[in-house]
Write a protein that binds this ligand. Structure first.
Ligand SMILES: *Cc1c(COP(=O)(O)O)cnc(C)c1O
Length: 339
């Protein structure tokens, strides 16, 4: 039995999810005739209090489409130095939209409204025009940290005052909603566009959705087509999303509980230097110099436990739907006795 803690994307559909997928009504989504896709899009738009949502094959494509919708070539996007759109989307912002990223030196992937104010370029022809602010909640490279909503509201004021778009990379927004007891509507009220992933904590095999109001979303389907992301009978995949929205959100608290227990154990172990505070399902930690990173991950691998390195001596564990109580007990035991 392999215990795969590299990411929450490694989950496989549950029996019930698969059954729901098999029974989906489908049609050609390029003609907007897939009833299940239409249902998923309507459901998510309503959930976030917006008028339009569009189904995407990946979170990367949903984010890249959002950047394209908000910007013109030569303009600038403000985001954190840890941002997924900057680090893990293959330079897509420059490739697809011809924009540059102004990176903010935030804390765990989060920054303040005053940092945004300072990063906005003055209105002179020789500057790149700032047009979009992007944040991530929860933060991936920031270790699953959740934003303080009051700071988000302050940033929104800055965006309004400076006529900037505001995009949320909500790949793991579900984890934040559960932990902070926040509502999707409150996010819908603040952001112009929101991307959400169905294939992370929610356990779907594939799928992301970009949500916004009709005005900004008018061209989303055109951009998706340009990016090669229009799909046909994908109601089977949308059905997984509908099932997950119904059944897999509340249970994220179980992933969070396990991550907290891992944090507690790791922080007591002599060979661990530091564990970043755990808020959701991501645990980031550093080893002290009694053991090399490669030796540590190899030892875990010998126990069939997989984790990944984040670079700069940081290691990452992500808990998820397929990480059972039995696996958790085994991992705690192995970590305790590893060295
Ligand atoms: C996973 C992830 C995405 C999207 O990734 P895909 O693999 O393209 O679906 C976007 N943003 C963040 C923060 C993520 O963690």
């Amino acid at each position: 039995m392999i215990i795969d803690l590299r990411s929450d994307t490694v989950t496989k559909p549950t029996k019930y999810m698969l059954e729901t997928m098999m029974q989906a009504q489908v049609g050609d989504d390029v003609f907007s005739e897939d009833p299940t896709v239409n249902q998923l899009e309507k459901r998510l738009a309503k959930m976030f209090g917006k008028s339009r949502a569009v189904f995407f094959p990946s979170g990367t494509m949903a984010n890249q489409t959002a950047i394209k919708l908000h910007t013109n070539p030569g303009e600038q996007v403000i985001c954190d130095k840890y941002a997924h759109i900057y680090n893990y989307e293959s330079g897509g912002a420059s490739f697809n939209s011809g924009v540059s990223c102004r990176l903010l030196d935030g804390h765990r992937g989060m920054f303040t409204a005053s940092q945004v104010v300072e990063a906005i370029n003055p209105d002179a022809f020789y500057y790149s025009q700032t047009s979009l602010v992007e944040i991530e909640n929860t933060t991936n490279k920031g270790g699953g940290a959740c934003w303080d909503f009051s700071e988000i509201l302050k940033i929104k004021e800055v965006c309004k005052a400076n006529n900037l778009g505001f995009h949320l990379d909500g790949a793991r927004i579900w984890n934040a909603l559960v932990v902070k007891k926040e509502s999707p509507q409150q996010y819908g009220q603040v952001f112009d566009t929101i991307s959400v992933c169905l294939s992370k904590g929610l356990g779907c095999p594939i799928g992301s959705v970009l949500i916004g109001d009709e005005g900004i979303m008018k061209n989303a389907i055109r951009i998706r087509k340009i990016f090669g992301g229009n799909m046909r009978q994908v109601g089977y995949l949308a059905a997984a999303g509908l099932y997950a929205l119904e059944n897999h959100i509340e249970r994220l608290s179980e992933d969070h509980k396990k991550a907290k227990e891992l944090e507690k154990l790791l922080s007591e172990l002599s060979y661990i230097k530091v564990v970043e505070p755990v808020e959701t399902n991501i645990v980031i930690f550093e080893l002290n110099n009694t053991i090399k990173e490669a030796d540590f991950t190899q030892k875990l691998k010998e126990h069939n436990i997989l984790i990944i390195s984040m670079g700069s001596n940081k290691l990452r564990i992500v808990t998820h739907l397929d990480y059972t109580d039995d696996m958790h007990e085994k991992v705690l035991k192995v970590l305790k006795n590893l060295i």
